[in-house]
Design a protein around this ligand. Structure first.
Ligand code: LER
Ligand code: MN
Length: 269
């Protein structure tokens, strides 16, 4: 099982990103603790020096399994389901802009909060139609490059759009693209899924990426989730991707990262 951890390339507000300080210092620490990869949270790929990024990451022997895009919503309000067509178009352009970087690293592009939240006065149905339209457009552009998108089912307190694996599988049907699948996050699953392992099985080969945090969004091992059965079930689906730590920097980022990897590595043995 390959393990990664979320690292932001720039300062970010999202609190479950444990590492946001000096990029190279953090990459060195993450590699030193034994992680195989860093999942990069990137607000705008246009602000990133891809050569420098690749240099730093590969100098420390790490991979980039996934690129997170949610800061474009959190910090700029870009969204696939906005009522303003210019905002929707800007969101789609921003996501398309991640494709070359993702192709370079063979990384999955994560679609989390960039899906947005239904604005007041718009129906849920309309938001879903906008979402499907945006996802088709992005998937079609990336299909030529082999890049895949993973839409993350999020809990109800963050958005009204796509909470569960069942919602995500319906969306996959509607989008109809081979390079479009789901990101499952144990924190969100603990809120929304009736039985976490059943939902993992149901998602099967459409699991394109996987986030781990415990029930309290601390590092795995700090709450009450049963990671033995969760990870056993995940691997039994044939999942070959990364298990990526996305949790609060509690009690502090370094301690959380070290405890997470110790806990997760012990599960495999
Ligand atoms: C991002 O991966 C995530 O899990 C969300 O909670 C972001 O809002
Ligand atoms: Mn997540």
């Amino acid at each position: 099982m390959n393990l990664s951890i979320v690292l932001s390339t720039h300062a970010a507000q999202f609190q479950a990103v444990a590492f946001k300080g000096d990029f190279e210092t953090n990459v060195a620490k993450i590699a030193g603790w034994g992680y195989d990869g860093v999942e990069l949270a990137i607000r705008d790929p246009g602000l990133v020096d891809a050569d420098e990024l690749e240099h730093v990451v590969s100098a420390h022997g790490l991979t980039v399994p996934a690129i997170g895009t949610g800061q474009a919503w959190g910090e700029e309000g870009l969204s696939f389901s906005a009522d303003d067509p210019e905002v929707r178009a800007a969101a789609v352009e921003r996501i398309k802009g991640h494709v070359p970087l993702a192709a370079r690293f063979d990384a999955v592009i994560i679609l989390g909060l960039i899906r947005g939240i239904t604005p007041e006065g718009q129906t849920h149905e309309q938001s879903m139609a906008y979402l499907v339209e945006a996802l088709r457009e992005c998937s079609a552009v990336a299909a030529e490059t082999g890049v895949r998108f993973a839409l993350e089912s999020l809990n109800r307190y963050e958005t009204d759009l796509i909470h569960t694996v069942a919602d995500g599988l319906d969306l996959i049907e509607r989008v109809g693209a081979e390079n479009f699948g789901l990101l499952l996050d144990t924190f969100h699953m603990n809120v929304e899924e009736p039985v976490i392992v059943d939902s993992i099985r149901a998602c099967g080969d459409r699991i394109f990426h996987f986030h781990v945090a415990d029930s309290n969004r601390w590092y795995p091992g700090a709450g009450h989730l049963d990671f033995d059965s969760i990870l056993e079930t995940l691997l039994a689906t044939g999942y070959q991707g990364y298990v990526s730590g996305e949790f609060m920097p509690m009690p502090d980022a370094d301690t959380a990262a070290k405890r997470a990897i110790a806990y997760l590595r012990a599960i495999q043995t």
